[in-house]
Ligand binder design. Structure first.
Ligand SMILES: [Fe+2]
Length: 423
């Protein structure tokens, strides 16, 4: 071979390597492994940890290959790998969990799963920042049985690219294999053409009838209550479990953690399934979650995200008051007061919002998710009308809050944004 020919081959090899390395869109989402139903779960410290979850349809549990450099589906080129920590047969399929640790904050991680048969799609997620900077997240729950609305909401999440999704329970109608497989399939619609997958913070609802369902699909702690911080002192999130006693061990843990955080953290937010005061008259009052009301108030919890009733609501900042309307009073200038939003319209049968209180800003009934921006100055809530949003253009990057064309926001009596100032 002449020197000219050698150079030619070197150039050709370099070109092939660089085109593979770009993770070309037509290539990265291929899957010749026996893995599927991908999820990234945040159950610990999201600035440094994430759990990769998937269904292993056949064969031995795979291994996650990952790193901060995109190697496409060429798993052997990734700098790091993590074997499955836990593989459990649940509902007749194997759920695998690989917990990634010692990740860098505010960084894109690329990963794929190799299982002996082949390689999964190359997916990508962003870790949370550990210093204060603006973030967005989406909250919502009750995706039970209307798959069209559920998929519609999932596709909106994909285009809005929040840092994470807080899913406040009742993913499924029946807590069985059929419903879960459908839900897991629909969750994949959130993955975009570049393999971006949005981390989920999973909560238990009453339709997660089996106490360990959320643990078996999302690797949460077994009793499904936990907390984490984002942006250092910016934000702390509590995933609570309204399906077990709100007092006792959970209540003590919550009070202790809030007390330790209230002075140092700007925004304290809690999500849980059953509302304290449902905005649907036929729903009974949330006696169990109401046990948290005083703890929230004493520690200045800023935002409570509720679900279960299948309506949309925003409240004023309120505080517990035995003389108030259903145990709460409007407390506009009280830095300890809490705003509540919800209540679960991710595809469940809609109900009439026929139980508004004196402290309700507004309530309505349509398929919806809440899009929330958190900055050092405050939090802003926008409620997205899923059915009226169409042809949505994706936002340019994770945690952008620029409303894309095609997005339809709820116009409440207060307008299309609810603001909570930092106090
Ligand atoms: Fe429910």
């Amino acid at each position: 071979m002449s020197p000219l020919n050698i150079n030619h081959w070197i150039l050709l090899l370099a070109f092939s390597a660089s085109s593979l390395g770009s993770g070309a869109a037509e290539d990265i989402l291929e899957n010749n492994s026996s893995t599927g139903h991908f999820r990234v779960c945040w159950n610990g410290d999201p600035t440094a940890e994430a759990t990769i979850a998937w269904t292993q349809f056949e064969g031995a549990p795979g291994t996650v290959y990952f790193g901060t450099t995109d190697q496409g589906r060429r798993h052997h080129l990734y700098e790091l790998k993590q074997a499955t920590h836990r593989a459990t047969e649940y509902d007749g399929i194997i759920q695998c969990f690989a917990r990634l640790e010692e990740l860098k904050p505010d960084t894109d991680y690329f990963f794929c799963i190799e299982d002996g048969k082949g390689v999964s799609p190359r997916l990508k997620f962003r870790t949370a920042p550990d210093t204060p900077q603006p973030i967005t997240f989406i909250s919502g729950g009750d995706s039970r049985n209307n798959r069209a609305a559920r998929i519609g909401a999932n596709l909106i999440c994909r285009q809005l690219r929040p840092l994470f999704v807080a899913f406040t329970g009742d993913m499924i109608s029946s807590d069985n294999a059929k419903d879960w497989r459908a839900w897991l399939e629909d969750w994949q619609k959130m993955i975009d053409d570049d393999g971006n997958i949005i981390p989920i913070v999973a909560h238990r609802g009453n339709h997660e009838r089996r106490p360990l369902t959320i643990y078996h699909y999302f690797d949460t702690p077994k009793d499904a209550y936990y907390a984490f911080s984002i942006g250092g002192s910016l934000f702390r999130y509590y995933a609570l479990n309204s399906e077990i006693p709100a007092d006792g061990a959970q209540g003590e843990w919550l009070a202790k953690d809030l007390k330790a955080s209230r002075e140092s953290v700007t925004h304290l937010v809690a999500g849980y399934h059953k509302p304290m005061r449902p905005h649907v008259s036929k729903k009974s009052e949330g006696k169990n979650p109401f046990l948290w009301a005083r703890t929230f108030y004493e520690n200045g919890l800023d935002l409570g995200i509720e679900s279960d009733s299948h309506v949309v609501k925003w409240t004023q900042p309120i505080k517990p008051d035995p003389q108030g309307d259903e145990g709460f009073a409007h407390a506009p200038n009280d830095p300890n007061a809490t705003v509540f939003i919800g209540e679960g319209c991710w595809g469940a049968p809609l109900r009439d919002a026929n139980d508004k209180k004196s402290w309700t800003v507004d309530a309505a009934s349509f398929n919806a998710i809440d899009w929330i921006k958190v900055t050092s100055e405050g939090m802003t809530i926008r409620t997205v009308d899923v059915d009226k949003s169409s042809g949505l253009k994706a936002v340019e990057e994770t945690s952008s809050y620029a409303s894309p064309e095609g997005l339809s926001l709820w116009t409440s009596k207060l307008g299309d944004e609810l603001k909570i100032s930092a106090d």
